[in-house]
Design a protein around this ligand. Structure first.
Ligand SMILES: [Zn+2]
Length: 305
């Protein structure tokens, strides 16, 4: 709640343990989070154009200095994604949250308002005709990501190279992937996994950024590079036929039939004394061996997945 960069100006310098906080304060934090998600960076950052050194992050926040505040001594750097590329309704919400809301906290947009404008903005998105990973607001009128690539030489959402697409098309195997932090397993058919999937950088990376960076991308590994798949399949020690369900079912059925036959034979035989004990010990050892083998096979399967 009191994290640096997330505390509204009116609460800065106060004892957050005793001061009464309301939804108005949370609306400021919501605005910061939505900005981080949309632009990959904190709004109260930028290139300092005022006299002397740039003040510390809390002072910028306390004065309401972000690149779109009136007469702000902070300007958006060339690497920053400009506010104008998003839908006008979203721009308006940010202005209300950080400009109007700076002096009148009650003017900050509510979560419901944000939801409405975000839905409106999503409906307004258009796919770039050059790079299929690019989307832009129709109201902006052109692909910002193509423009950015041209001016900065870096495409933050590059398309999948043709050679990889061919490789991916040939790969239709199903793999199990782990979701970090949850420990869950999700089976997902890998249709596309660009090699850059682990190297996606936030659209705006400023060299000097005293404010804390919030991970804009949760660590969910739903995409695996092709190299990992090939190495995993080469490590595999079990033959492929053992993974077929009918082979497993057949094996279990065979074991059950065998055990049933032994029980029937024991109940009908006339074994007594030492012979009976030896038979029971032998049967028990065989059963234990079968269970041990089954556990071993299941553990091998788990470690491969
Ligand atoms: Zn584009």
């Amino acid at each position: 709640m009191g994290s640096e960069g997330f505390t509204p100006a009116e609460l800065l310098g106060q004892d957050l343990a005793t001061v009464e906080q309301t939804v108005i304060h949370d609306r400021f934090r919501l605005g910061i989070i939505i900005h981080l998600l949309l632009f990959g960076d904190h709004p109260f950052k930028g290139r300092w154009v005022g006299p002397g050194d740039s003040p510390d992050p809390n002072e910028l926040l306390q004065k309401g200095w972000w690149p779109y505040a009136p007469n702000s001594p902070i300007q958006a750097s060339s690497l920053t994604t400009p506010l104008t590329v998003v839908h006008p309704a979203i721009q308006d919400c940010f202005v209300r949250c950080f400009n109007t809301g700076h002096l009148q906290p009650s003017a900050r947009p509510s979560a419901n308002e944000w939801m409405g404008v975000l839905r409106e903005a999503i409906a307004d998105l258009k796919r770039c005709h050059k790079v299929k990973n690019h989307y832009f607001s129709k109201t902006y009128g052109r692909c910002y990501w193509c423009d950015r690539k041209k001016s900065l030489g870096v495409d933050v959402f590059p398309g999948i190279p043709t050679t990889q697409q061919t490789l991916v098309a040939k790969t239709t195997q199903r793999v199990k992937v782990k979701v970090d932090g949850l420990g869950q397993k999700a089976t997902q058919k890998l249709k596309r996994f660009p090699s850059h999937a682990t190297n996606v950088t936030a659209p705006t990376q400023l060299p000097s950024s005293p404010l804390p960076k919030v991970g804009a991308t949760p660590k969910v590994r739903t995409e695996i590079p092709t190299t990992q798949i090939s190495s995993a399949s080469s490590i595999s020690t079990s033959p492929p036929w053992i993974k077929r369900p009918w082979v497993r079912l057949g094996g279990i059925a065979g074991i059950l039939v065998g055990l049933f036959s032994i029980l029937v034979w024991l109940s009908q035989s006339q074994l007594e004394g030492e012979e009976m004990s030896l038979t029971l010990v032998g049967g028990g050892l065989c059963f234990g061996l079968i269970v041990f083998c089954l556990i071993l096979v299941s553990l091998t399967q788990k470690s491969q997945n």
